[in-house]
Design a binder for this molecule. Structure first.
Ligand SMILES: O=C([O-])CC(=O)C(=O)O
Ligand SMILES: [Mg+2]
Length: 341
Protein backbone atom coordinates (compact mmCIF):
# COMPACT_ATOMS: atom_id res chain seq x y z
CA UNK A 1 0.00 0.00 0.00
CA UNK A 2 1.29 3.47 -0.82
CA UNK A 3 1.70 5.78 2.13
CA UNK A 4 -0.77 8.59 1.71
CA UNK A 5 1.21 11.82 1.85
CA UNK A 6 -1.09 13.43 4.39
CA UNK A 7 -0.88 10.41 6.69
CA UNK A 8 2.92 10.34 7.07
CA UNK A 9 3.64 11.48 10.62
CA UNK A 10 6.56 13.82 11.08
CA UNK A 11 8.44 11.25 13.18
CA UNK A 12 8.04 8.49 10.60
CA UNK A 13 9.19 10.81 7.82
CA UNK A 14 12.21 11.64 9.91
CA UNK A 15 12.95 7.96 10.47
CA UNK A 16 12.84 7.18 6.77
CA UNK A 17 15.05 10.15 6.03
CA UNK A 18 12.25 11.66 3.94
CA UNK A 19 11.35 15.30 3.75
CA UNK A 20 7.63 15.67 3.74
CA UNK A 21 6.78 19.35 3.74
CA UNK A 22 3.08 18.71 4.01
CA UNK A 23 3.45 16.48 7.07
CA UNK A 24 5.71 19.09 8.63
CA UNK A 25 3.26 21.88 7.87
CA UNK A 26 0.42 19.83 9.35
CA UNK A 27 2.46 19.20 12.48
CA UNK A 28 3.30 22.88 12.87
CA UNK A 29 -0.29 23.91 12.30
CA UNK A 30 -1.53 21.43 14.93
CA UNK A 31 1.19 22.44 17.38
CA UNK A 32 0.19 26.10 17.02
CA UNK A 33 -3.47 25.30 17.42
CA UNK A 34 -2.97 23.28 20.58
CA UNK A 35 -0.20 25.38 22.15
CA UNK A 36 -0.92 26.18 25.77
CA UNK A 37 -4.42 24.72 25.67
CA UNK A 38 -3.75 21.41 27.38
CA UNK A 39 -5.17 18.29 25.81
CA UNK A 40 -7.12 19.16 22.65
CA UNK A 41 -10.70 17.98 22.18
CA UNK A 42 -11.88 17.16 18.68
CA UNK A 43 -15.09 18.93 17.66
CA UNK A 44 -18.21 16.74 17.71
CA UNK A 45 -18.79 17.10 13.94
CA UNK A 46 -15.35 15.52 13.32
CA UNK A 47 -15.86 12.74 15.86
CA UNK A 48 -19.13 11.72 14.24
CA UNK A 49 -17.64 11.49 10.79
CA UNK A 50 -15.66 8.52 9.59
CA UNK A 51 -11.96 9.42 9.66
CA UNK A 52 -11.36 8.83 5.95
CA UNK A 53 -14.28 11.14 5.18
CA UNK A 54 -13.03 13.69 7.66
CA UNK A 55 -9.72 13.61 5.81
CA UNK A 56 -11.61 14.04 2.49
CA UNK A 57 -10.10 10.87 1.04
CA UNK A 58 -12.69 8.16 1.39
CA UNK A 59 -12.40 7.04 -2.23
CA UNK A 60 -8.62 6.79 -2.07
CA UNK A 61 -8.75 4.81 1.18
CA UNK A 62 -11.42 2.41 -0.13
CA UNK A 63 -9.49 1.79 -3.35
CA UNK A 64 -6.32 1.00 -1.43
CA UNK A 65 -8.04 -1.47 0.87
CA UNK A 66 -9.93 -3.13 -2.00
CA UNK A 67 -6.76 -3.58 -4.06
CA UNK A 68 -4.95 -5.07 -1.06
CA UNK A 69 -7.73 -7.55 -0.32
CA UNK A 70 -7.94 -8.66 -3.96
CA UNK A 71 -4.64 -10.52 -3.61
CA UNK A 72 -6.19 -13.60 -1.93
CA UNK A 73 -3.86 -16.21 -0.41
CA UNK A 74 -0.64 -14.45 -1.43
CA UNK A 75 -1.80 -11.24 0.25
CA UNK A 76 -2.61 -13.16 3.40
CA UNK A 77 0.82 -14.79 3.38
CA UNK A 78 2.50 -11.42 2.81
CA UNK A 79 0.56 -9.85 5.68
CA UNK A 80 1.43 -12.78 7.92
CA UNK A 81 5.17 -12.92 7.22
CA UNK A 82 5.43 -9.13 6.91
CA UNK A 83 4.03 -8.74 10.42
CA UNK A 84 7.13 -10.42 11.82
CA UNK A 85 9.60 -9.21 9.19
CA UNK A 86 8.78 -5.52 9.60
CA UNK A 87 7.97 -5.62 13.32
CA UNK A 88 11.01 -3.74 14.60
CA UNK A 89 10.72 -0.98 11.97
CA UNK A 90 7.01 -0.59 12.70
CA UNK A 91 7.75 -0.45 16.43
CA UNK A 92 10.05 2.50 15.75
CA UNK A 93 7.42 4.16 13.57
CA UNK A 94 4.75 3.72 16.24
CA UNK A 95 7.18 5.14 18.77
CA UNK A 96 7.82 8.17 16.51
CA UNK A 97 4.06 8.65 16.09
CA UNK A 98 3.65 8.46 19.87
CA UNK A 99 6.39 11.09 20.30
CA UNK A 100 4.54 13.37 17.89
CA UNK A 101 1.27 12.86 19.77
CA UNK A 102 3.04 13.60 23.06
CA UNK A 103 4.45 16.82 21.52
CA UNK A 104 0.89 17.79 20.63
CA UNK A 105 -0.37 17.12 24.15
CA UNK A 106 -2.36 14.05 23.06
CA UNK A 107 -2.52 10.77 24.97
CA UNK A 108 -0.01 8.46 23.25
CA UNK A 109 -0.78 5.37 25.33
CA UNK A 110 -2.39 3.43 22.48
CA UNK A 111 0.38 4.28 20.01
CA UNK A 112 2.93 3.05 22.56
CA UNK A 113 0.97 -0.17 23.04
CA UNK A 114 0.85 -0.70 19.26
CA UNK A 115 4.62 -0.26 19.14
CA UNK A 116 4.97 -2.88 21.84
CA UNK A 117 2.82 -5.35 19.91
CA UNK A 118 5.02 -4.84 16.83
CA UNK A 119 8.13 -5.51 18.96
CA UNK A 120 6.58 -8.76 20.15
CA UNK A 121 5.52 -9.69 16.61
CA UNK A 122 9.14 -9.34 15.46
CA UNK A 123 10.24 -12.15 17.77
CA UNK A 124 11.11 -15.39 15.92
CA UNK A 125 8.05 -17.03 17.46
CA UNK A 126 5.86 -14.08 16.46
CA UNK A 127 2.81 -13.32 18.53
CA UNK A 128 2.23 -16.94 19.50
CA UNK A 129 2.95 -17.77 23.12
CA UNK A 130 3.96 -14.27 24.07
CA UNK A 131 6.09 -14.76 27.16
CA UNK A 132 5.00 -12.80 30.19
CA UNK A 133 7.10 -12.24 33.26
CA UNK A 134 4.25 -12.41 35.74
CA UNK A 135 4.18 -10.84 39.19
CA UNK A 136 4.46 -14.38 40.61
CA UNK A 137 7.61 -14.98 38.60
CA UNK A 138 9.09 -11.68 39.79
CA UNK A 139 8.33 -12.67 43.38
CA UNK A 140 9.82 -16.15 42.83
CA UNK A 141 13.18 -14.50 42.14
CA UNK A 142 13.19 -13.20 45.71
CA UNK A 143 16.81 -13.15 46.78
CA UNK A 144 18.36 -14.90 43.77
CA UNK A 145 21.85 -13.45 43.11
CA UNK A 146 22.89 -12.01 39.75
CA UNK A 147 26.12 -14.03 40.04
CA UNK A 148 24.10 -17.26 40.18
CA UNK A 149 21.96 -16.21 37.23
CA UNK A 150 25.14 -15.53 35.29
CA UNK A 151 26.62 -18.91 36.23
CA UNK A 152 23.36 -20.59 35.23
CA UNK A 153 23.64 -19.25 31.69
CA UNK A 154 27.29 -19.90 30.95
CA UNK A 155 28.24 -16.62 32.66
CA UNK A 156 26.54 -14.60 29.96
CA UNK A 157 23.45 -12.37 30.50
CA UNK A 158 25.32 -9.85 32.66
CA UNK A 159 25.82 -6.18 31.91
CA UNK A 160 29.40 -4.95 31.87
CA UNK A 161 30.88 -4.00 35.22
CA UNK A 162 30.90 -0.27 34.42
CA UNK A 163 27.19 -0.21 35.31
CA UNK A 164 27.17 -0.20 39.11
CA UNK A 165 24.65 0.28 41.93
CA UNK A 166 24.62 3.86 43.21
CA UNK A 167 24.09 2.94 46.86
CA UNK A 168 25.05 -0.11 48.93
CA UNK A 169 22.50 -2.88 49.24
CA UNK A 170 20.44 -1.78 46.22
CA UNK A 171 18.36 -4.61 44.76
CA UNK A 172 15.57 -4.72 42.19
CA UNK A 173 13.69 -7.30 40.14
CA UNK A 174 11.39 -6.08 37.39
CA UNK A 175 10.06 -6.23 33.85
CA UNK A 176 12.09 -4.09 31.45
CA UNK A 177 10.48 -0.87 30.26
CA UNK A 178 13.10 0.16 27.74
CA UNK A 179 14.30 3.57 26.59
CA UNK A 180 16.74 4.50 23.87
CA UNK A 181 17.74 8.11 24.14
CA UNK A 182 20.20 10.52 22.60
CA UNK A 183 23.29 10.94 24.80
CA UNK A 184 22.60 13.24 27.75
CA UNK A 185 18.89 13.77 27.00
CA UNK A 186 16.07 12.46 29.21
CA UNK A 187 12.89 13.41 27.33
CA UNK A 188 12.18 9.76 26.52
CA UNK A 189 12.90 8.72 30.13
CA UNK A 190 10.14 11.08 31.27
CA UNK A 191 7.81 9.51 28.70
CA UNK A 192 8.67 6.03 30.02
CA UNK A 193 7.86 7.10 33.57
CA UNK A 194 4.53 8.44 32.36
CA UNK A 195 3.47 5.07 30.91
CA UNK A 196 5.11 2.82 33.54
CA UNK A 197 3.10 0.25 35.49
CA UNK A 198 3.96 -1.42 38.82
CA UNK A 199 6.74 -4.00 38.47
CA UNK A 200 8.52 -2.15 35.65
CA UNK A 201 12.24 -1.46 35.81
CA UNK A 202 13.33 1.30 33.44
CA UNK A 203 16.32 0.26 31.32
CA UNK A 204 17.97 3.07 29.38
CA UNK A 205 20.42 2.99 26.51
CA UNK A 206 21.94 6.43 27.03
CA UNK A 207 24.69 5.60 24.54
CA UNK A 208 27.16 5.18 27.42
CA UNK A 209 27.39 8.95 27.87
CA UNK A 210 28.62 10.04 31.32
CA UNK A 211 28.76 13.80 30.79
CA UNK A 212 25.11 14.45 31.84
CA UNK A 213 22.86 12.81 34.41
CA UNK A 214 19.79 11.22 32.81
CA UNK A 215 17.90 10.98 36.08
CA UNK A 216 17.83 12.42 39.58
CA UNK A 217 15.66 12.65 42.67
CA UNK A 218 12.57 14.15 41.04
CA UNK A 219 12.20 11.68 38.21
CA UNK A 220 12.98 8.90 40.72
CA UNK A 221 10.15 10.07 42.99
CA UNK A 222 7.75 10.12 40.02
CA UNK A 223 8.86 6.66 38.93
CA UNK A 224 8.54 5.29 42.46
CA UNK A 225 5.04 6.69 42.73
CA UNK A 226 4.09 4.72 39.60
CA UNK A 227 5.40 1.44 41.04
CA UNK A 228 8.68 1.41 39.08
CA UNK A 229 11.11 -0.79 41.03
CA UNK A 230 14.37 0.75 39.81
CA UNK A 231 16.40 2.04 36.87
CA UNK A 232 19.37 0.72 34.93
CA UNK A 233 21.20 3.38 32.92
CA UNK A 234 23.87 3.02 30.28
CA UNK A 235 24.59 6.60 31.23
CA UNK A 236 24.88 8.73 34.36
CA UNK A 237 22.68 9.86 37.27
CA UNK A 238 22.72 12.52 40.00
CA UNK A 239 21.16 13.31 43.40
CA UNK A 240 22.52 9.99 44.72
CA UNK A 241 22.11 10.84 48.41
CA UNK A 242 18.39 11.35 47.92
CA UNK A 243 18.09 8.21 45.78
CA UNK A 244 19.55 6.26 48.72
CA UNK A 245 17.37 8.08 51.24
CA UNK A 246 14.13 7.28 49.37
CA UNK A 247 15.35 3.74 48.69
CA UNK A 248 15.04 4.03 44.91
CA UNK A 249 17.64 1.67 43.41
CA UNK A 250 19.60 2.87 40.37
CA UNK A 251 22.48 1.26 38.47
CA UNK A 252 24.48 3.62 36.30
CA UNK A 253 27.84 4.10 34.62
CA UNK A 254 28.68 7.31 36.49
CA UNK A 255 27.49 10.09 38.76
CA UNK A 256 27.65 13.73 37.73
CA UNK A 257 25.89 16.88 38.92
CA UNK A 258 25.50 18.02 35.28
CA UNK A 259 21.83 17.98 34.29
CA UNK A 260 20.30 16.48 31.15
CA UNK A 261 18.90 18.02 27.98
CA UNK A 262 15.18 17.47 27.44
CA UNK A 263 14.64 17.71 23.69
CA UNK A 264 14.81 14.11 22.45
CA UNK A 265 14.84 12.27 20.23
CA UNK A 266 14.35 8.98 21.96
CA UNK A 267 12.25 5.81 21.81
CA UNK A 268 10.30 3.92 24.44
CA UNK A 269 9.68 0.17 24.48
CA UNK A 270 11.97 -0.87 21.67
CA UNK A 271 14.82 -3.39 21.99
CA UNK A 272 17.87 -1.58 23.41
CA UNK A 273 21.59 -2.16 23.80
CA UNK A 274 22.69 -1.69 27.39
CA UNK A 275 26.01 -2.59 29.01
CA UNK A 276 26.91 -4.80 26.04
CA UNK A 277 23.64 -6.77 25.98
CA UNK A 278 20.32 -6.55 24.18
CA UNK A 279 17.35 -5.96 26.48
CA UNK A 280 13.86 -6.23 25.02
CA UNK A 281 10.70 -4.74 26.47
CA UNK A 282 9.28 -7.17 29.02
CA UNK A 283 12.54 -9.05 29.63
CA UNK A 284 13.37 -9.90 33.24
CA UNK A 285 15.96 -7.69 34.92
CA UNK A 286 17.57 -8.68 38.22
CA UNK A 287 19.98 -6.17 39.75
CA UNK A 288 21.90 -6.36 43.03
CA UNK A 289 25.14 -5.23 44.68
CA UNK A 290 27.22 -7.12 42.10
CA UNK A 291 25.56 -5.71 38.98
CA UNK A 292 22.73 -6.38 36.54
CA UNK A 293 21.43 -9.52 34.80
CA UNK A 294 18.97 -9.54 31.88
CA UNK A 295 17.05 -12.73 31.10
CA UNK A 296 14.93 -13.09 27.95
CA UNK A 297 11.29 -13.22 29.01
CA UNK A 298 10.77 -16.66 27.45
CA UNK A 299 13.71 -18.17 29.37
CA UNK A 300 12.97 -16.93 32.87
CA UNK A 301 11.49 -20.14 34.29
CA UNK A 302 14.33 -22.42 33.17
CA UNK A 303 17.03 -19.87 34.11
CA UNK A 304 15.51 -19.43 37.58
CA UNK A 305 15.58 -23.22 38.11
CA UNK A 306 19.22 -23.36 36.99
CA UNK A 307 20.17 -20.37 39.19
CA UNK A 308 18.56 -22.04 42.20
CA UNK A 309 20.56 -25.20 41.42
CA UNK A 310 23.78 -23.14 41.41
CA UNK A 311 22.71 -21.57 44.70
CA UNK A 312 22.03 -24.94 46.34
CA UNK A 313 25.30 -26.37 45.07
CA UNK A 314 27.27 -23.42 46.44
CA UNK A 315 25.44 -23.49 49.78
CA UNK A 316 26.42 -27.16 50.17
CA UNK A 317 30.03 -26.45 49.28
CA UNK A 318 30.27 -23.54 51.68
CA UNK A 319 28.82 -25.67 54.47
CA UNK A 320 31.44 -28.36 53.81
CA UNK A 321 34.26 -25.78 53.75
CA UNK A 322 33.08 -24.32 57.07
CA UNK A 323 32.82 -27.78 58.60
CA UNK A 324 36.46 -28.30 57.73
CA UNK A 325 35.59 -31.09 55.32
CA UNK A 326 36.74 -29.19 52.23
CA UNK A 327 34.86 -29.58 48.98
CA UNK A 328 35.47 -30.76 45.48
CA UNK A 329 36.91 -27.28 44.88
CA UNK A 330 38.91 -26.86 41.75
CA UNK A 331 38.56 -30.55 40.95
CA UNK A 332 34.76 -30.44 41.04
CA UNK A 333 32.24 -29.22 38.53
CA UNK A 334 29.99 -26.24 38.98
CA UNK A 335 26.28 -26.63 38.53
CA UNK A 336 25.05 -24.94 35.41
CA UNK A 337 28.41 -24.27 33.80
CA UNK A 338 30.50 -27.39 33.95
CA UNK A 339 33.30 -25.14 35.16
CA UNK A 340 35.24 -25.02 38.36
CA UNK A 341 35.32 -22.12 40.77
O1 LIG B 1 16.69 17.36 35.89
C1 LIG B 1 16.44 16.18 35.64
O2 LIG B 1 15.65 15.80 34.74
C2 LIG B 1 17.13 15.11 36.43
C3 LIG B 1 17.08 15.42 37.86
O3 LIG B 1 18.00 15.97 38.43
C4 LIG B 1 15.86 15.05 38.62
O4 LIG B 1 14.96 14.40 38.07
O5 LIG B 1 15.83 15.39 39.82
MG1 LIG C 1 17.50 16.68 40.47
Amino acid sequence: MLAHPRLVPRGAARLHGLRDDRAQALHEHAAQQFAGRGRPRLPAQVLHRRPERAAGDETWVREQIASELAGGESTLERLYTGTAKHGVRRAFEASAAADLMTDLGLDAWLARAIGHVHTLAARPEGLRDIPQVTDELLAAHGDVATANIGDAVDRLALLDSGIRPLWPGARAIGRALTVWTRAGDNKAVHEAVRIAVPGDIIVVNGEGDTSRALIGELIAERAKARGVVGMVLDGAARDVDVLAEIGFPVWARAVTPAGPYKFGPGHVNVPVAVGGLVCRPGDLVVADSDGVAVVAAEKTVSVLDAARAVEADEAGRRARIRAGAGDAGDAGGHAGTGETS
